[in-house]
Design a protein around this ligand. Sequence first.
Ligand SMILES: [Zn+2]
Ligand SMILES: [Zn+2]
Length: 447
Amino acid sequence: MRRKIGNEAVFALLWQQASQIARSDAKLLIKAALVTRRDTPAKVVAALRGFAAWRLDRCARLGGAWLGGAWLGGAWLGGAWLGGAWLGGAWLGGAWLGGAWLGGDGVPLCEIGTKLRCNCHGLGLTCGFSHFPRSRAMKLAPFASGHPFFRGNLHGHSNLSDGKRSPQQVVALYKAMGYDFTCLSDHYMAGLEISSPSVPDSRPLRDERFTTLLSAELHCPGKKYDRRGLWHIVANGLPLDFAAPTQDESGPELVRRAQAAGAYVSIAHPEWYGMTMDEAMSLAHADAVEIYNHSCLVECDRASGIAVADYLLNEGQRLHFNATDDSHLGIDDFGGGWVMVAAERNEPDLLLAALKAGQNYSSTGAELHDLSLDGDILTVRCSPAVSVAVAGPGEVSAVAMGPNLTYAEIDIARIRARQGYFRVTVIGNGGARAWSNPYWFDALNQA
Ligand SMILES: [Zn+2]
Ligand SMILES: [Zn+2]
């Protein structure tokens, strides 16, 4: 997790300290009021002086601790306030020396300090330790980053291979549908009759609002149950000079070569062409499994990659998910499956880095708005759903039922007890889905 100290962290500390001041002020004012009723004016003045001095002291800590010092590896060290204030002889000066320990999100966990005070009664020295209790809830990817989401299609074809529309028409269609990015992942293999001559150059089709990922659907021999005996491997983020795969390359080698060239590589439409579990295992070093392929839904109702993905996860492999169109645009096979990527900006390199890091969710229309984990309680915010299901290794799962569920707290203790991973599926009121990427308990424990 990236350590940062920003305005939020400062405001969090200021708010905590201001709350403490407010509570203590209230107590002291009540005490002063009681004194007023029972005691002499001199004692009332003394009480008010005490209150004012105490308050100044708190304000000094509040301001001074944050105005001086150094940020070193997660610790706030050496924040100091030196100075004082004159108030009716009660307060002459003081100092606070100490530090606050901040969590990885920059929010203070505790502070320790030494306070030197001098007033008309002499000098005083106190040491103190304060602990700031906090929620243990951990936001999960892709929501922890705080980045905006960009909607994109990672798999689609133009007439550079067997698609029916030109690259310009493909991009215009995705722009018109409100996407932020798409790709021309045309078929690519030396000697293949439908192959694009090279990795399609979609750069001229980018503008200030819309971008493209340089992509291709790579093929090579070795796949059972394909009429040409070819693997289908989608690679997003290829260099334009990526050499066409040949008859001599194997699927596992092709995945490695595309990754070495910088691509985010997906196991395409496993259900559509009868991928065996052994074949899936041989590509388990890919980045992701295409768990939904829209053209495979409309053409033959073989859209899913979930069974293959779960098999790989059960086998201890670590891959992410994506949903795509695989549009060819001869029929209505577009706008059905997409990814929502959390990235700093809508730029190819940032989108690819986010995808490789699992900073996305997959969708056919439902939305995930937030995911966080506090102990065994998973909190999900989403578009209106009939079901929010959490799946873990083997058969273990947990669920919250709607309809119209937009917030759910789900106990996943049974899943955690099995170790391994969990993943979240939102089934919307109309049947559309959103899938989180898998989360691994050991990685979360280290975060
Ligand atoms: Zn394919
Ligand atoms: Zn395809």
